[in-house]
Design a protein around this ligand. Structure first.
Ligand SMILES: Cc1ncc(COP(=O)(O)O)c(C=O)c1O
Length: 378
């Protein structure tokens, strides 16, 4: 099969071309005003993002990992406290827990949504449990309503890792709708360039509706400073810089359109692969919209790696998010020795993410689709 277009997992160059004029003008303003740190663009973006999300406070910071760390620092957890996380996620979720000398407790995920299995959370709760960190993996919300109910019953905090799902909606059973990241006590996100709302470097943010918590989060992100040179807490230095805030403020205006474009690509993939035996397309849950940070297939019968090889031979990139369960990683295996979570094991062997971005044309996508189909039919 001949593949003509040059395929990429994400196409940030073509996306940039469409907003280049605006971005350069806005960055130029920061350069001319020399407002590199804490400039007006940071405040402006934070306000716009809080309006978009419908959350009271947005605290910008340096990256999504810092956002999670600052959230944990603000909640006064003590060494040895247990924090429940899904076992199928990016390392950052568990890393900050370990870094703060807390104990990550990994809970299996659902096979069809890839998100934490709510039914398994309660079994993992002990007297040392302090929080649950649901991750909205690949762009779709974890089931937040029962998670909040469990947390309330056990007096636990909920910190949402929303790095992959910004713009996604969660639908409550009473008809209420809320943006992911605004439902728990604290929400965290990443503005890594390839994220649905990504900047041109590193960036992150923390969300909360709680005024006291917002103050504390802000303070911790700024050296624990209550006023200049008065340090009430041990904090860190975690800032979103003004240039990144300019980029994000412009891209925020396009976020819904970008997410719609992703959905269109995902729907086309799913339609094309619907009847392909040996492949499962991503499930859309009833309680969440999907913003497809990733389009991730499950490949049965041990064929995932050979599919990836076949795609690579045809110059089509793909990624395995994530090939090794967190509890099997050297850095984390001592927390729950011998732990085997069957769904996570299976997903680690079966998942493959295909190119997914806002600039995908139908002809580009047809090449990818045909390549996948040819692999399964040959
Ligand atoms: C689920 C998840 N959590 C946390 C992070 C960390 O974000 P960052 O790379 O901005 O530190 C990422 C992004 O890579 C992520 O995908």
């Amino acid at each position: 099969m001949e593949v003509k277009s040059s395929h990429q997992m994400v196409d940030l160059k073509s996306q940039y071309k469409k907003i280049k004029k605006q971005v350069l003008a806005s960055i130029n303003e920061v350069l001319n005003e020399a407002t590199f740190i804490n400039g007006p663009s940071v405040k402006k973006f934070s306000t716009h993002l809080s309006e978009y999300l419908g959350v009271k406070h947005v605290i910008p910071c340096a990256n999504g990992t810092d956002a999670l760390q600052i959230a944990m620092m603000a909640l006064n957890f003590q060494p040895g406290d247990e924090i429940i996380v899904p076992s199928f996620t990016y390392v950052a979720t568990a890393e900050v827990i370990a870094l703060l000398k807390l104990t990550p407790i990994m809970v299996d995920v659902q096979y069809d949504t890839f998100n934490i299995d709510v039914k398994k959370i309660e079994r993992a709760i002990t007297p040392r449990t302090k929080a649950i960190v649901p991750v909205h993996l690949y762009g779709q919300s974890a089931d937040m309503e029962p998670i909040m109910e469990i947390a309330q019953r056990h007096n636990l905090y909920v910190i949402e890792d929303n790095a992959q799902a910004i713009g996604s909606d969660y639908y409550f059973s009473d008809g209420r709708v809320a943006k992911t990241g605004t439902i728990g006590h604290i929400g965290c996100t990443s503005f890594f360039p390839s994220k649905n709302l990504g900047c041109y470097g590193d960036g992150g943010a923390i969300f909360t509706n709680d005024d006291a918590l917002a103050n504390k989060l802000m303070m911790i992100a700024n050296h624990g400073q209550s006023k200049k040179y008065y340090h009430d807490e041990v904090g860190c230095n975690s800032r979103l810089d003004s240039i990144q805030a300019c980029v994000l403020d412009i891209k925020l205006n396009h976020l819904d359109k970008y997410n719609k474009a992703r959905k269109k690509v995902a729907d086309r993939y799913s339609k094309a692969f619907k009847d392909l035996s040996g492949v499962l397309t991503p499930k859309k849950s009833k309680y969440s919209s999907h913003v497809y940070h990733q389009y991730t297939l499950r490949v049965k019968s041990g064929k995932r790696d050979s599919l990836q090889k076949y795609l690579a031979e045809h110059e089509i990139p793909s990624m395995i998010y994530y090939p090794v369960p967190l509890y099997k990683q050297k850095a984390f295996s001592h927390y729950q020795p011998g732990l085997i979570l069957t769904v996570t094991e299976q997903l680690s062997d079966e998942v493959i993410s295909l190119p997914m971005h806002t600039e995908m044309t139908s002809s580009m996508q047809d090449e990818i689709i045909n390549c996948v189909k040819t692999f399964f039919k040959s």
